[in-house]
Design a protein around this ligand. Sequence first.
Ligand SMILES: [Zn+2]
Ligand SMILES: [Zn+2]
Ligand SMILES: [Zn+2]
Length: 164
Amino acid sequence: MSGESSPFPARRHDHGACIAEGLARAEAVCRERGERLTENRRAVLELLLAEHRPVGAYEIVERFDWKRRRPAPAQIYRALSFLEAAGLAHRIASRNAYVACSGSKEGHGTVFLVCRSCGTVAEPNGGAVGLAVRELAAASRFALHAHALEMTGLCPECRPAGEG
Ligand SMILES: [Zn+2]
Ligand SMILES: [Zn+2]
Ligand SMILES: [Zn+2]
């Protein structure tokens, strides 16, 4: 590996810090948007923040603490669409699942690096890619609504040592 920092988390890292950072960011984003991080939204985000891999909506319904209430998948879907609209979670189409946003920088939500071995998803700064995509759309006179580029490969922890 070169000295450049990878957007992938090290296999051993202070994951509590990731969770705390994600929740603090969610609070800040909600405040900015004049919305509330309701109990449901927060609980769903916490389930996503628990790992760096995408989690399917169905899995969230199963893991969610319903506190003896009857599971209401619609509540999970509503919370997920809120989190997605707020940029706090992203849908990984190739996995049909959601991942907590791990980038607070510009250009997030554009490129996702998906490790096909451990399933970890990293979100590098995709600013330049986003710009290229918008230019391409404009040149094609295409009204672009959304775009995300999912790249599949091996993360630094899973790629064979000494390679590349
Ligand atoms: Zn972590
Ligand atoms: Zn993001
Ligand atoms: Zn991996």
